[in-house]
Design a protein around this ligand. Structure first.
Ligand code: BT5
Length: 271
């Protein structure tokens, strides 16, 4: 399969594209968009139901957290967003990213045997390199109403390193780089959507403990020396104690003070 042509071998992907559907869910499939999250938020505001999926072969303005860019080389990666309307309290919305992250890891493991890890809160890593990321965004929240949430997933599947800017290629990887073979984006997408749905049910049953157990098995930073870069740009060196029962990261600084981290970035200390 040529890495830069549409996967004619990937029958599941072709079926999803042709039927604009995936196991009863409506799929909006595009050749190129600015960002699948932007499209999904607009569709959600216009009333598209829970479970609707937006997929694109490439993105011109794929985004990460804190205004960062998500590189989206055409026709080799997975760029998708799922519209959900979870029966979840506003204070629990941040748990969705963790639930989606462990679901993406489990789906990859089921399909490839690889064991991805998560760097809190949203990075999917393989061999310490970035394989994918999750970006959860919400529509305007109205008190007492079911929120509109979009879970955006970017995953490097059959992407070659030469498709990334030089600086990034040292820090990222793809499934095909790890296994030396091509993977079906269709099968992986299907498994990811189903596994995320299952984890959302677990969240709605208020059983975050179960998600936490999955997270702990895949936690890439537990016990490690790191720096927490706060939203204001302050740098707090310390060690990760893992997440608590609310998905909040605990970082112990050099003085033994434990910080509860709900935002910002984590940089692992090189040894
Ligand atoms: C993320 O942000 O990791 C969330 C990425 C979510 C992307 C999906 S694609 C479908 C949907 N639609 C969107 O517009 N977004 C979502 P963050 O933790 O902020 O990481 C961003 C950083 O990852 C960048 O600054 C780069 O260093 C790195 N990066 C960018 N593109 C990458 C790629 N394709 N693979 C690996 N690393 C990448």
């Amino acid at each position: 399969m040529a890495s830069n042509s549409i996967d004619t071998d990937d029958l599941v992907w072709q079926q999803i594209r042709q039927h604009q559907a995936l196991e009863g869910r409506k799929v909006f499939f595009f050749q190129e968009v600015d960002s699948t999250n932007t499209i999904a938020l607009d569709l959600g505001k216009n009333g598209e139901p829970h479970g609707t999926v937006v997929v694109a072969e490439s993105q011109t303005m794929g985004r990460g957290r804190l205004g960062r860019k998500w590189e989206s080389p055409p026709e080799t990666g997975l760029y998708c967003s799922i519209i959900i309307r979870p029966e979840i309290a506003p204070e629990d919305l941040s748990k969705i990213t963790l639930a989606a992250g462990v679901a993406v890891c489990a789906a990859i493991e089921t399909e490839t045997g690889l064991k991805p890890q998560i760097k809190w809160p949203n990075d999917i890593l393989l061999d310490g390199k970035k394989l994918g990321g999750i970006l959860t965004e919400t529509g305007a929240l109205q008190y007492g109403e079911t929120p509109l949430v979009v879970i955006g997933i970017g995953l490097n599947i059959n992407t070659g390193l030469s498709s990334f800017p030089a600086e990034l290629s040292k820090k990222c990887t793809s499934l095909s780089i790890q296994t030396g073979r091509q993977h079906s984006r269709g099968i992986i997408l299907k498994e990811i959507i189903n596994t995320i749905e299952q984890n959302l049910v677990v969240l709605q049953q208020k059983n975050f403990e179960k998600i936490m157990q999955q997270f702990k098995k895949r936690d890439a930073i537990a016990g490690k020396e790191l720096s927490w870069v706060t939203i204001q740009g302050n740098i707090v060196p310390g060690r990760s104690l893992g997440i608590d029962g609310h998905g909040v990261l605990q970082i112990e600084d050099k003085e033994g003070f434990v910080h509860e981290v709900v935002s910002g970035d984590i940089t692992l200390t090189q040894k």
